[in-house]
Design a protein around this ligand. Structure first.
Ligand code: PMP
Length: 393
């Protein structure tokens, strides 16, 4: 295959969409009005596909902190922390995250993608083994690939399958890295973490949980599923992102392992990319303070998630998982999902279209994400749009 001819398949796929007059991957939000509203195709639209779980993107305190950092520290760091130095904000945020989780230390990375890439590729190299849930995010797979470890997928949310595969490893199991997520990004379902921890206790190994979609969402203080289930001490590495609940960008890993600090010296995705900009770090720190201050936003988020989930279930839609901030509607096939997504947009509702191969088991999904900033009336309006399409079907 030629260097560029390999894109022929993609071009054909895009042309197929073009023939339907729909290109979901070129959608532009022409104006952002608030965390939950924007203008798309000139139309006032409810944003229900943002991952803005706590609705903090327009929080006045986060904006004020970011603005101050922008004015005092400039627009960017212009380099990596290893080559060009850390700003005090980077290190302060790491200390604050470690304290928030009650762990020994934290590392901040430039994005959540880079956090998984940087942690997994550095922990697990040639000769090591990683066991990952089949539905793990692409950046977990990419981290395995970059590190060059042997990678074994186990069946999604199946602790028995994990046990079977660990058993086959014999003594190597004790040094294996197991990677799962708290809430899975596509279907919004949770990992059976207690069962997974029990398997790890039996066979050994190290457990990493990516709480990208559960940080700020689950747990008494918002740490995630690990906190909600009371298993913080059984998890060796918690990874997360600032791009969802904290409303900015960046990623992190917290751990009690004394070796965590040494990861900085060996992690290519940490060493060879620019560190997060001062305004980003300042807004992440402020958002973390807001998270620490109370449960109100989390409670509102859960009420909204419940309202959307029960509204869509009552309409007879097949939903991907239990009520969570990710509410996924399973549709018959790609074309139906595409048209459904486009019709929702015409009704003023923006959600995510998720198609195979990015989805588990080749399903076509309309993925809604709920925010604490949605009003109950907005959730009703989203349900009303789904109801209209149900009638039209
Ligand atoms: N992990 C998971 C489970 C995710 O869903 C995502 C992003 N969707 C990431 C990591 C990457 O996060 P970021 O956007 O901060 O790169």
């Amino acid at each position: 295959m030629g260097l560029l001819t390999k894109f022929d398949g993609l071009a054909a796929g895009r042309a197929e969409l073009g023939a339907l007059g729909i290109d979901p991957f070129a959608v532009q939000i022409e104006k952002i009005i608030s965390p939950t509203e924007g203008i798309i195709h000139g139309r006032h639209t409810i944003l229900a596909g943002t991952n803005n779980y706590l609705g903090l993107t327009f929080n006045p305190e986060c904006i004020a902190s970011a603005r101050l950092a922008l004015e005092n520290e400039g627009t960017g760091t212009t380099g990596s922390r290893m080559a060009n130095g850390s700003y005090s904000g980077h290190r302060n945020l790491e200390k604050e995250l470690a304290a928030f989780y009650g762990k020994r230390d934290a590392i901040v990375f430039s994005t959540g993608y880079v956090a998984n890439l940087g942690m997994i590729s550095t922990l697990a190299g040639p000769g090591d083994v990683v066991l990952l849930d089949a539905d793990c995010h692409a950046c977990i797979y990419d981290g395995c690939r970059l590190g060059g470890a042997e990678t074994i997928r186990f069946r999604h949310n199946d602790a028995e399958d994990l046990a079977k595969r660990l058993g086959r490893l014999g003594p190597r199991a004790a040094e294996a890295l197991i990677v799962v997520e708290g809430i899975y990004s596509m279907l919004g379902d949770r990992a059976p973490l207690k069962e997974i921890v029990a398997v790890k206790r039996e066979y050994g190994g190290y457990l990493m949980v990516d709480e990208a979609h559960s940080f700020g969402v689950l747990g008494e203080r918002g740490c995630g599923l690990v906190e909600e289930l009371g298993i913080m001490d059984d998890v060796d590495f918690v990874v997360g992102t600032f791009s969802k609940s904290l409303g900015c960008a960046g990623g992190f890993c917290v751990s009690n392992m004394p070796e965590l600090d040494l990861i900085r010296y060996a992690s290519r995705p940490y060493i060879f990319t620019a560190s997060p900009a001062p305004a980003t770090i300042a807004s992440a720190r402020q958002a973390l303070r807001i998270l620490e201050a109370g449960k109100d936003l989390r409670q509102r988020l859960h009420n909204n998630a419940q309202q959307l989930h029960s509204g869509l279930a009552a309409l007879g839609y097949t939903l991907g998982g239990e009520p969570s901030p990710v509410v996924a509607v399973v549709l018959e096939n790609k074309v139906e999902a595409l048209q459904f997504w486009d019709n929702l947009l015409k009704l003023g509702v923006y959600v995510n279209l998720m198609l195979p191969p990015a989805t588990p088991n080749g399903v076509s999904l309309i993925r809604c994400s709920v925010s604490a900033a949605h009003t109950s009336a907005q959730i009703d309006a989203v349900c009303a749009a789904f109801a209209k399409l149900r009638k039209a079907a």
